[in-house]
Design a protein around this ligand. Structure first.
Ligand code: ZN
Ligand code: ZN
Length: 187
């Protein structure tokens, strides 16, 4: 859908609570990455869990769920902050981040994502064996790269060769967005 990406459909400047939600959504990828890092840090705690830990964990889960919903919603369009953050050398960066584009596209494949989720949840079993938490942390940290790949892909999607070739997973545009193609911002 063209309106999924065109600047003529960027979010209107919000105010009050909607401003907070807008900012939360705009920074959702960073917040999710921080949440994963915090989860890994909690996994390395050696003290016995307390009631405070339990409440903090539940709060973190709720925060992650809300942030994930906002992340998905925000991924469908560019807000003004996103638009103004597009680098002048976007075409060059598009070349540099081809691996992240490939990861973002691979994550739209249900079979691959299913296998990844099995590994992700299965890695919790590593917490039961001595020093297994290092392997668990490594698997969990892969989520940071996945989230980052999605954020990079959305920011530079007009320069993603797989989207340009219609190589699936992401919404295609009926018409080209009014974006620079030669490393120069036209807005
Ligand atoms: Zn944004
Ligand atoms: Zn793409």
């Amino acid at each position: 859908m063209a309106e999924a990406f065109a600047f003529s459909h960027v979010w209107e400047q919000p105010s009050g609570l909607s401003w907070l939600v807008h900012k939360w959504a705009h920074h959702s990828s960073r917040l999710l990455e921080l949440s994963v890092a915090l989860t890994i840090a909690l996994g390395f705690r050696t003290a016995a869990p307390t009631m405070v830990d339990l409440i903090a964990t539940l709060a973190l889960v709720a925060f992650v769920l809300i942030t994930f919903v906002l992340f998905r919603s925000h991924n469908r369009r560019l807000c003004e902050s996103c638009a103004s953050a597009i680098p002048l050398n976007a075409a060059e960066q598009g070349e540099r981040y081809r691996r992240r584009f490939a990861v973002a596209h691979a994550s739209t494949q249900p079979k691959l994502m299913g296998a990844y989720l099995i590994v992700l949840f299965g890695s919790n079993a590593l917490l039961l064996v001595p020093d297994g938490r290092y392997g668990w942390a490594l698997v969990q940290a892969s989520m940071i790269y996945l989230i980052s790949s999605h954020a990079t892909h959305r920011r530079l999607q007009p320069w993603c060769p797989q989207c340009a070739g219609g190589d699936g997973g992401f919404e295609q545009f009926d018409e080209a967005p009014d974006l620079p193609r030669g490393g120069r911002l036209l807005v």
